[in-house]
Design a protein around this ligand. Structure first.
Ligand code: DCT
Ligand code: MG
Length: 509
């Protein structure tokens, strides 16, 4: 079996990677239209200026490259008010009474708050004449960054999709992926953990001082952070993105069914693009890879929430046709609130059905879709589940439930048809779907596991190292008491582990 890249949940399932996400430079929407900022390079330097400009733009501020009449706020560092006024004079620009001259501390607070904060005397380099003392409220304080203790376990942090540190986490994810391609598990994990912890921070890291007290940041990670703070980018990340092996692995593993082993083989054989691989007569492809190539364009473009909801209708309809009491839950990234995904994951369970009904459900659903012409690919894996088997100690062990990895033909709704970028005349999109059928008594554990992200791996690590318990997708076993702990809901599992409950949308670690 081909090894699945680690950063994507271990050797669990094959799926296409999204291409170029880490390379694209996002366009930033302007949220605060009344403010037009200009950051003074004098005494600040080009790279720090570029870094601050990028951060501010990411937060929705309009930041001009050039000084013009439209600028309302000039931000400077290590300059006094008279320094800035003098500089403006040399530039032949008259400082109007409307123009704010501010210290960089104001901008940093704004970036931290994600919105403009009140300008007070401590920020203003030149006192504004029209600024009355009475309207001078307390400056908005950002929390002292190092005071909140941050857990080294993702399951003790709340991580929403609101990542204030993309600039760093994108870089770490590229490096982690490259280590994964080189099968250096230790370094891969170190960068993934660093990315995960920064995603949970409620503030943007602006200086090295902000990293004090944050766990999971080793020397190598800190070096990269420092370089990004100083230069706006990391030379190591740049080198990786330009590396031929990285680019080839990224491309090859974007095909459904292609993992590290196949990528390695194709790379060694000298392949660098997919079209040469596709048309090579000597290569043998698995059934999965054949489907991967056949539906490549569809599978590599992400599944939207609207598409996931449309798939959900199909799944519910098919499941309820055979097991009307079954509950069907969309899990994976969509349950965590993601707007897009690589696939749509569903957990199915039924309170009343017999073991045999349970076992028959997925084959019946597959059969129905096949008859309807909706099935483009499927791989049914039979259950190897045994009651009272000790949970697996491995954080990325496969679970034993019956499951089906499939590719469904999703017909466009009328509103969607004629979308640009669609092949002409093609009225459907191939969508990767995972269906998992679990025994009713396991449902809380299965739901927790299949809701996923790094969060769930850290829950297992936490159970082992902090509670002497073993957790997996089926059960929780207390080694001290030598008992299995039953749970009707995810909340009960957190309670067994002595953890505060964390909602699915806070599990985007
Ligand atoms: N999972 C699991 N056992 C497997 C495969 C997956 O427990 N054999 C868990 C881990 C994450 C979750 O199910 C969903 O997996 P993915 O679809 O790979 O991840 P995702 O978070 O849904 O992300 P994406 O948006 O890429 O689909
Ligand atoms: Mg998913």
């Amino acid at each position: 079996m081909d090894t699945m890249p680690m950063a994507r949940m271990g050797p669990r399932k094959k799926k296409p990677r999204q291409m170029g996400a880490s390379m694209a430079s996002p366009a930033h929407d302007i949220k605060f239209r009344d403010l037009v900022l200009y950051i003074l390079e004098r005494k600040m330097g080009t790279t720090r200026r570029a870094f601050l400009m990028e951060l501010a733009r990411r937060k929705g501020f309009r930041v001009e490259n050039e000084l013009s009449d439209s600028v309302t706020h000039i931000v400077a560092e290590n300059n006094s008010g008279s320094d800035v006024l003098e500089w403006l004079q040399v530039q032949n620009i008259k400082a109007s009474s409307q123009l704010e001259l501010l210290d960089v501390s104001w901008l940093i607070e704004c970036i931290g708050a994600g919105k403009p904060v009140e300008m007070t005397g401590k920020h203003q380099l030149v006192a504004r004449r029209d600024f009355s003392a009475s309207s001078n409220p307390e400056p908005q304080k950002i929390p002292p960054l190092a005071v909140q203790k941050i857990s080294p376990y993702a399951c003790q942090r709340r991580t929403t999709l609101n990542n204030c540190n993309h600039i760093f986490t994108d870089a770490f994810e590229v490096l982690a992926e490259n280590y994964e391609f080189r099968e250096n598990e230790g370094c891969c994990l170190a960068f993934m953990r660093a990315a995960s912890v920064l995603k949970s921070l409620p503030f943007t890291i602006i200086s090295m001082k902000d990293t004090e007290g944050i766990p999971c940041l080793g020397d190598k990670v800190k070096c990269i952070i420092e370089e990004i703070i100083e230069d706006g980018q990391s030379s190591e990340v740049k080198a990786v993105l330009n590396d031929e092996r990285y680019q080839s692995f990224k491309l090859f593993t974007s095909v459904f069914g292609v993992g590290l082993k196949t990528s390695e083989k194709w790379f060694r054989m000298g392949f660098r693009n997919l079209s040469n691989i596709r048309s090579d007569k000597t290569l043998k492809f698995t059934r999965m890879q054949k489907a991967g190539f056949l539906y490549y364009e569809d599978l590599v473009s992400c599944v939207t929430r609207a598409e996931a909801e449309a798939v959900s209708v199909l799944v519910n309809e098919a499941v309820w046709a055979f097991l009307p009491d079954a509950s069907v839950t969309m899990t994976g990234g969509f349950r965590r609130g993601k707007k897009i995904g690589h696939d749509v994951d569903f957990l199915i369970t039924s309170p009343e059905s017999t073991e045999e009904d349970e076992q028959q459900l997925l084959p019946k659903v597959i059969n129905l879709w096949e008859r309807k012409g909706l099935l483009l690919y499927y791989d049914l894996m039979e259950s190897t589940f045994e009651k009272f088997k000790l949970p697996s100690r491995k954080v990325d062990a496969l679970d034993h439930f019956q499951k089906c990895f499939l590719i469904l033909k999703l017909h466009h709704q009328r509103v969607d048809s004629g979308k640009s970028g669609q092949q002409e005349g093609k009225t459907w999109k191939a969508i990767r779907v995972d269906l998992v059928m679990c025994p009713y008594e396991c449902r809380a554990y299965a739901l927790l596991g299949w809701t996923g992200s790094r969060f769930e791996r850290d829950l297992r690590r936490y159970a082992t190292h902090e509670r002497k318990m073993i957790l997996d997708n089926h059960a929780l076993y207390d080694k001290t008491k030598r008992i299995f702990l039953k749970a009707e809901s995810e909340e009960e599992i957190f309670a067994h582990l002595g953890l505060d409950y964390i909602d699915p949308w806070e599990r985007n670690a």
